[in-house]
Design a protein around this ligand. Sequence first.
Ligand code: PLP
Length: 387
Amino acid sequence: MELSFILNELGEERENYFNAVSPPIIQTSNFAFKTVGDLRNAMDDEFAASLYSRGQNPTLDILRKKLAALDGAEDALLFSSGISAITIPMLALLKSGDHIIAVENSYSWSVKFFNDFLPKFGITTTFISGTNLEEFEQAAQPKTRIIFLESPSTFSYELQDLKKVAAFARSRDIVTIIDNSYCSPLYQQPIALGIDLVAQSATKYIGGHSDVVAGVLTGSKALLKKIFENEFMTFGPALSPNSAWLLLRGLRTLPLRLERSFESTKTITAWLSGHEAVQDVIWPFSPNNKQLILANEQMKGCGGLFSFTLKNSSLEKIEAFCNNLKHILLAVSWGGHESLIVPAIASFGIQHYDNNNDRQQLIRMYVGLEDPQYLIADLQQALTSVQ
Ligand SMILES: Cc1ncc(COP(=O)(O)O)c(C=O)c1O
């Protein structure tokens, strides 16, 4: 299916809503039926019907079709947050005593789910770096049900070989789930590489304007129906029609925004790499990335998230650099119009700072839609202030 068709036409039956070009926000909790028979049919298959907006809703349905098509998946399920699109499917697939293999540097709340939540139900996780297949082979146990991936990860950018991991998992009847937020469906297509379920924080690139929190999960209809009819409807992580509409609006410009962010990031990472105050720049498409061949094989592009470290890094230096930024905002998240910086040191108490821990020196930047030269000028003045 062509990208332009997906973004502009797919799912949009305009004759059903006065031929309006922009789809309506169907702000209703429930739907009425003419006969008991019709009501019974809807209740019998709520995955397919608009019955109650904790399940399906027509505004969400337009988005659902587009997001499934973008991932090359049979279907999609929408969530009120990215983290629920990650955790709810796992709850649906696991039972007490099961085992998971997960990449160690994934999103912090995913790690918390593995470390603090699942052990309550006797479910254990083996963490691996995920950068080579042998680690997966060695970590697999008879009760391994899920392999959880995040490629690239969003602070240190390790990649997993998705094709190889998917083939290994299939050979052992293990379900693979990837957090694909970093690339979005435009820059990485895990389903075509054999991955079963693709989760994404739609808060990031799909929304694109820092005004909505949402998640999406794509995969086979059978798997999504099972998740929907059990944990999804039981826990109730439904997306609101208003948020779905914001995501539809965000989707219209997704390719333009991603391309802009990717191009600006090439310019900014190259500039930072040559700066005398900068030690390292970590980005999947950096010329010195050890996994560059794999990045080129399985990713079409990169978006605007990367990390860097300062020469002679210290807690005080990182803080001073960040505090001196005038335009780039100090904030979590990414994928919106605005450029952001978050240093690793903000995520723990300063008494835990260890100058020898390389990970603690990382400063993560997200490159938004501003003129790259405007951002470079801001970085330059903040770097000069700590030299
Ligand atoms: C890589 C990654 N995955 C998942 C999430 C969770 O998404 P949400 O905040 O939409 O729940 C985030 C949020 O920052 C993220 O960065």
